[in-house]
Design a binder for this molecule. Sequence first.
Ligand SMILES: NC(=O)c1ccc[n+]([C@@H]2O[C@H](COP(=O)([O-])OP(=O)(O)OC[C@H]3O[C@@H](n4cnc5c(N)ncnc54)[C@H](OP(=O)(O)O)[C@@H]3O)[C@@H](O)[C@H]2O)c1
Length: 258
Amino acid sequence: MMDDKTFALVTGASGGLGRELSEELARRGYNLILTGTSHRVELFAEELRKRHNVDIIARIANLTNREEILRLTSEINDNYDLFMLVNNAGTGGSQSFEKVSSEYLENIIDLNVRATTLLTHELLPNLKRQKRGYILNIGSMAAHNPTAYKTVYPASKAFIWSFSLGLREELKGTSVSVSIASPGAMATSPEITARIERQGFWGKATLKKTSAIAQKCIRQTLKGKRHIVINPLSLTLTCLLPDCIRVPILSSIVKKEL
Ligand SMILES: NC(=O)c1ccc[n+]([C@@H]2O[C@H](COP(=O)([O-])OP(=O)(O)OC[C@H]3O[C@@H](n4cnc5c(N)ncnc54)[C@H](OP(=O)(O)O)[C@@H]3O)[C@@H](O)[C@H]2O)c1
């Protein structure tokens, strides 16, 4: 364990993968700053505090809002030493590009792309002040798979992939390492579970337990691993199949979700 006055920030900690990542960090004895958009994050922090002997701070912040991001990052920079930033909060879905509202599309870009970039930019000086610093960006297998009816979501995760590898290279030789995790389907909410069910065999075949994914993410981040691969088989197929074959196949699977 690090100096017990340092903290790890987990965004989107109130549910899904963020909750499991927070659980794993607390289990390892790390102090946490958790964010979510509702009181759910405060209730989870309370529950976690009872089970683990660590400091846990919960903050409600809508990370699609620039001012709320800057308020959160200045509070952290003014009051806490941060050794890990976990950019987990993210959103997406399967919808026809033509039929969704522009707000729906902007929400994906604002949370997945802009919030990750801004949080990292504002908190990097704090991470660099520590003996060792870690950034874990939660990407997706989707980053490598352009898909119809998802369009903006895979594109946002392709940004995270490129951003993570570029920043990792830029920070080479410093105390901060950047890791990117590429999970496939995770049954993190009833809506996503129903979506995976509708994908049929392929969706269910690639499904992994969220707690096991979280444990792997934290273990490999602390080892400074570049790319945290969750579904090696899917990734290998992705690399082997050319776009002209892969994109139509995946798109037809996603179409079944609609
Ligand atoms: N689930 C999958 O199949 C899957 C697959 C690959 C990658 N991923 C990626 O894994 C990460 C976690 O996914 P998940 O399925 O665990 O998500 P989730 O269950 O939908 O949870 C999303 C978390 O993000 C928070 N959040 C949502 N909108 C927000 C906003 N505007 N500002 C701040 N926080 C916000 C939510 O907080 P509140 O609940 O308080 O609103 C919640 O804690 C995401 O980056 C996702 O893209 C997921």
